[in-house]
Design a protein around this ligand. Structure first.
Ligand code: URA
Length: 194
């Protein structure tokens, strides 16, 4: 696809998400959170759903969990946040940050699928259970599948802990070391692409 075609397909997709009323979250959102980063990135990170700060700003991972995500990438893996594309499984905030239900995850599936098909990354990182289950159909929980490379339609996919989980487990050295190992594994896979 030519660059101009990708750009117009991308803007078209963004407009569809902005106008989306496929599930009830459209009634309570302040903003959709489409995603941000280079559309030609080699790596896409997929989180769960926007929280309050993301809903207010329209940007992914800008709250406390997002600050930790930036640290994990940059300090742990030497991967600049601005070099990856960051988005979520759900584009609108569930009220009170509850977990999204199946109707909501099903409604949003076409959007992240379209984003991945347009970006065509070499690597996908899923953070937490919700995106990991949505992309891999696994029955395994994040504590057993994290760090084990999977595939999404032939693309390498690394499940990692969600940074909110790490914030809840602050002081847990095992979880911290596992995350450190995972970001090193991501760094090595990115380096091998060059
Ligand atoms: N948690 C997520 O999963 N995504 C965000 O954008 C923010 C917090």
């Amino acid at each position: 696809m030519m660059i101009t075609d990708i750009n117009s397909a991308w803007e078209e997709l963004r407009k569809r998400v902005e106008a989306c009323t496929k599930c009830g979250l459209c009634q309570t959102r302040n903003n959709i959170v489409f995603g941000e980063g280079p559309v030609n990135s080699k790596c896409v990170i997929i989180g769960e759903a926007p929280g309050e700060e993301e809903d207010m700003s329209g940007r992914p991972f800008v709250g406390k969990a997002g600050q930790l995500l930036t640290k994990i990438l940059e300090n742990g893996g030497g991967i600049p946040r601005a070099s990856v594309y960051i988005t979520n499984t759900i584009k609108c905030r569930p009220p009170n940050n509850r977990n999204p239900n199946t109707d909501e995850t099903d409604a949003c599936r076409e959007y992240w699928e379209a984003q991945l098909l347009l970006i065509q990354p070499s690597i996908i990182v899923t953070m937490g259970n919700i995106p990991t289950k949505a992309l891999t159909n696994t029955q395994r929980g994040i504590t057993t599948i994290r760090g084990v490379w999977q595939k999404w339609r032939g693309i390498d996919l690394l499940p990692m802990y969600h940074p909110s989980y790490l914030l809840r487990r602050e002081g847990d050295l095992t979880v911290r070391k596992q995350t450190w190992d995972d970001v090193k594994s991501l760094k090595a896979k990115l380096a091998a692409l060059k």
